[in-house]
Design a protein around this ligand. Structure first.
Ligand code: PEP
Length: 263
């Protein structure tokens, strides 16, 4: 179902009316985690300044440590809905448990399945039946074939509105949080008709890498990028060091415009 072989053309996935794939280069931006209404609204305004047409933000956070902030849950979803009303930005948010899919889908315009859950088959099946587009991140130790098969699990439940997201893989290199596998972009686009975007924030794990990795992603033909922004990263409850700040936004917007114009 997701293979390029049987497709007549590349897919364009519409998220709350915003196209992902095709001729557009879509920017998704927002806070790693929803913390407060004020922080989320401020981050959404930053996202718009960075040229984003979709807002990201986690209400359910899959954290390595159980002592780290786990997200606001349903209260976070309500904040996201309010911020969508205020800004007009459709929402992309993660769901980590099959039991929460219906609730998350009642607030979100797109369901995100994170790297750690790429092969959570019960979650993939529930997302496939939820009637919302799905952003499927590549697992940090998954091959491209495993990633595409995970997408196939969603598609098989009747949902072909899937966007693939390369977010870095585990390698021996420890200078970056994960190693961005830039070759995954053209490879996945060759094997599948689904749009492919890149997360330079979670792959590099450092603010100063987000712009160069975004440029690399778009130059490699990615259909978009998903980036973390935060109004005060030094106080962020999740992944502050990788969040873009005000000073970076214009540069990201112009890099996206310049590079996508070349392709
Ligand atoms: C995220 O985007 O908030 C996230 C946790 O990403 P990943 O699943 O890629 O680690």
């Amino acid at each position: 179902l997701v293979s390029q072989e049987n497709a007549v053309s590349r897919s364009v996935v519409r998220v709350g009316g915003v196209p992902l794939g095709g001729d557009t280069t879509t920017v998704i931006a927002g806070p790693c985690a929803v913390e407060t209404p004020e922080q989320t609204l401020a981050a959404a305004r930053m996202a718009q300044e960075a040229g984003a047409s979709l807002l990201r933000g986690g209400a359910y956070k899959p954290r390595t440590s159980p002592y780290s902030f786990q997200g606001l849950g349903e209260a976070g979803l309500k904040i996201l809905s309010d911020v969508r009303d205020e800004t007009g930005l459709p929402i992309v948010t993660e769901v980590v448990d099959a039991a929460d899919v219906e609730l998350v889908a009642s607030h979100a315009d797109m369901l995100q399945i994170g790297a750690r859950n790429m092969q959570n088959f019960a979650l993939l099946h529930a997302a496939g039946e939820a009637g919302r587009p799905v952003l499927l991140k590549r697992g940090m130790t998954a091959t491209i074939e495993e990633w595409l098969m995970a997408a196939e699990h969603i598609a098989q439940r009747g949902n072909l509105d899937i966007v693939l997201c390369e977010r870095g893989i585990r390698t021996f290199e420890n200078a970056t949080r994960n190693t961005l596998d830039i070759s995954a972009v053209p490879v996945a686009q060759k094997l599948s008709h689904l749009p492919v975007i890149v997360d330079p924030s979670h792959s590099g794990g450092q603010r100063d890498l987000v712009l160069p990795l975004s440029r690399a992603a778009i130059a490699a033909g990615a259909d978009g990028v998903i980036v973390d922004v935060h109004p005060a990263p030094e106080t962020a409850l999740c992944d502050g060091p990788q969040a873009l700040v005000d000073a970076d936004l214009a540069e990201l917007a112009s890099a996206v415009r310049a590079l996508s114009g070349l392709l």
